[in-house]
Design a protein around this ligand. Structure first.
Ligand code: URA
Length: 190
């Protein structure tokens, strides 16, 4: 099946597959370079994201931008998306049926972008992409390779805002991502 960006974006816009659409102001499909080498996946839109229709633009987004710039990457060079495209009420975690309903969009986005590296921001992102068994404190910083795409779970920026002591570990993860991107420059695309 051939997929194209316009179709994916209009499917997201029109989606009514779960209860989240009725409770949010707008969908937040994701944004960035459609050919990004680095893709970032979070959990779901929060208040600011819901207001603006853009991912990671609230407090955790500002921290994310700073973290990326610390490894010499501008946000515009990446593609940023979420497990669910509609804001869950009260910023609760997406329910499993909501995440499952939304995942086909993320899979199509990933297939179109063909990133070399995917950073999974927080347990929800890692759970629905790598494995339900993921424990972020145990598994963060560990690489998982699937069909030539390197994926790494790390802390969600909002966890770093709640507990700044975790920033040191997140920094290790970011440096590993920077190094992996560099290393993959030498390796032909799969
Ligand atoms: N948290 C997320 O997981 N995603 C966003 O887009 C914003 C905050």
């Amino acid at each position: 099946m051939r997929i194209d960006w316009a179709d994916v974006l209009s499917e997201i816009e029109a989606c009514q597959k779960c209860r989240l659409r009725a409770g949010c102001s707008r969908t937040v499909p994701g944004e960035g370079d459609p050919h990004a080498r680095l893709m970032l996946i979070g959990e779901g839109p929060g208040g600011e994201e819901d207001r603006l229709g853009r991912p990671f633009v609230g407090a955790s987004g500002q921290l994310l931008d700073k973290m990326l710039s610390a490894i010499g990457i501008r946000r515009e060079e990446t593609y940023i998306a979420n497990i669910v495209k509609c804001r869950p009420p009260m910023n609760r975690q997406p329910a499993p049926d909501e995440a499952e309903a939304c995942l086909p969009y993320l899979r199509k986005q990933t297939a179109l972008i063909r990133p070399r590296v995917i950073m999974l921001l927080g347990a929800t992102a890692a759970k629905y992409t790598i494995s339900p068994e993921i424990r972020i404190t145990r598994d963060r910083g560990k690489w998982v390779e699937r069909k030539g795409v390197w994926m790494m779970p790390t802390y969600h920026p909002s966890a770093l805002l709640r507990d700044p002591a975790l920033k040191r570990l997140a920094w290790e993860d970011l440096k590993a991502v920077r190094d992996k991107l560099k290393e993959l420059e030498e390796v032909p695309e799969p």
